[in-house]
Design a binder for this molecule. Sequence first.
Ligand SMILES: NC(=O)c1ccc[n+]([C@@H]2O[C@H](COP(=O)([O-])OP(=O)(O)OC[C@H]3O[C@@H](n4cnc5c(N)ncnc54)[C@H](O)[C@@H]3O)[C@@H](O)[C@H]2O)c1
Ligand SMILES: C[N+](C)(C)CCCC=O
Length: 485
Amino acid sequence: MGYDTQPKASHFVDGQYIEDTSGAVMEVVYPATGAVIARLHEATPAIIEKAITSGRRAQAEWAGMMGVERGRILRRAADIMRERNYDLSVLETHDTGKPMSETLYVDATSGADALEYFGGLAGSLTGEHVPLGGDWGYTVREPLGLCVGLGAWNYPTQIACWKGAPALACGNAMIFKPSETTPLCALKVAEILHEAGLPAGLYNVIQGAGDVGRALVGDERVDKVSLTGSVPTGKRVYASAAEGMKHVTMELGGKSPLVVFEDADLDNAVGGAILGNFYSTGQVCSNGTRVFVHKSIKEAFLKRLAERLGSAKIGDPLDETVNFGPMVSSSQRDIVLDYIAKGKAEGARLVCGGSVIAGDGFYIQPTVFADVTDDMVIAREEIFGPVMAVLDFEDEADVIARANNTEYGLSAGVFTRDISRAHRVIGQLQAGSCFINSYNDAPVELPFGGSKLSGVGRENSKTAIEHYSQLKSVYVRMGDVEAPF
Ligand SMILES: NC(=O)c1ccc[n+]([C@@H]2O[C@H](COP(=O)([O-])OP(=O)(O)OC[C@H]3O[C@@H](n4cnc5c(N)ncnc54)[C@H](O)[C@@H]3O)[C@@H](O)[C@H]2O)c1
Ligand SMILES: C[N+](C)(C)CCCC=O
């Protein structure tokens, strides 16, 4: 294939690549061909121990550094990531199967944004002075200590940075465990951070599946856990973290509504629905997979959608003109095919797609179901693949109630030219990350995260600082102490 995807070793701990071949073998599969492109080993207890002890040792010194010094290292890492964007994008494409037409613009660049943004904030993480009559108090913003990041497989570089950057900016250390499906990219993030001057031990990457994650979350020396993953995993990780009263951030799944009113700009609404369902082959947590379209424009919407999907270029993700790649794995492809079968069996109208694409790799056609009803499985469960469910509505209050009738609350979108209606509707939708006349934008300046079962806490923006630091408050008495006896 002409590109070496085998890393120097499986883990990056205490500033260097390390290996322990007694760990179980993990094969990394290129989703576009099914070929094995790297072989790694799961972290053994010895590797986990080294990651924890080096992280704790390094954190104590890191927390004592000036914020601007920490920030300078993060900003330098951001610059290196941007310089190496092409190579990092090729690696992201091999790890995930996402097309280069996406990875060149979204993954390392979004990671670099996070490093730059939190690097910039690092020097301004202060407490406040609180006047208390003659006395006074002050607060000190302190790091939490050793943080664990657990990644999903859809955005391996971005997730590694969205967690690592605020953690490090606040003076913490991080052990990041990527998804076992996409273990390659986070190693490069660790390498770049250390090349930028990060002291050894502050950003350790170790490999493995749930067992390794479980060992990290359960260790009493870990102070915080940030998971990007599914709701069932989130419940398990949250419960385990609660045993040690650890801080948590949970970025979990969704079944988000996208509401298209009759006055919407049709092409923009279709574009938003495409971005919210087929970008990254539908493997995006925040996707607007329940597309509620006003009955009066439903057929026009579906016609335009089918036309535009007809021009999707499906194929080799390394070809920069391709804009729709394979699913991440054969097992994820099979899960999605099963949902497509359920949609057909439940009587939804198949507008386009619906089949596997024969040949190498884990390809499925972009699929649209219309006449979907709220009770159908494809309208209730997160599919995490390129399957759009189009539902009809006629009344604003009714569509808001139906949109909210889900246990998830990650995202929501609305397309309308009526600006009052846009804000009125978004104001009533139960979701953490919302969009008006757009879909799936995630700039580092805005908080990102969900409500209800979709999560706890927020990533990105100044708000993330709250989730990677804690306040110490100090009361200062200026006069004598009056004690009762
Ligand atoms: N909200 C977000 O920001 C966001 C972003 C991307 C993906 N997701 C969600 O992630 C899911 C898809 O990703 P996935 O299949 O990799 O998720 P997953 O829940 O299977 O795994 C997520 C991570 O948790 C680890 N893990 C699994 N069990 C564990 C345990 N008991 N203890 C500790 N760690 C454990 C896995 O090894 C992996 O690294 C979807 O539901 C999607 O919506 C959410
Ligand atoms: C930047 N995106 C595309 C919205 C991805 C956010 C992370 C969720 O999967």
